[in-house]
Ligand binder design. Structure first.
Ligand SMILES: [Cu+2]
Length: 60
């Protein structure tokens, strides 16, 4: 995955809203919300969103 990110800068994860993981690796992102909101979490590997690598999360 990191090799792919080097080839395609759009797949880089240099900001605080994403984490780049190798298979079977774990990571953590902490987001804090002041209000209830529905969000969508998705993979940014090209084509993965389109095949359903997403999760809808309701923050109450
Ligand atoms: Cu994916």
């Amino acid at each position: 995955m990191k090799k792919m990110a080097k080839m395609d800068k759009a797949m880089g994860h240099s900001h605080s809203n994403s984490v780049l993981l190798e298979p079977k690796q774990k990571g953590e992102i902490i987001w804090k919300f002041d209000n209830a909101v529905d969000i969508e979490v998705a993979c940014n590997v090209p084509g993965h969103y389109q095949v359903g690598m997403i999760a809808k999360v309701d923050i109450n």
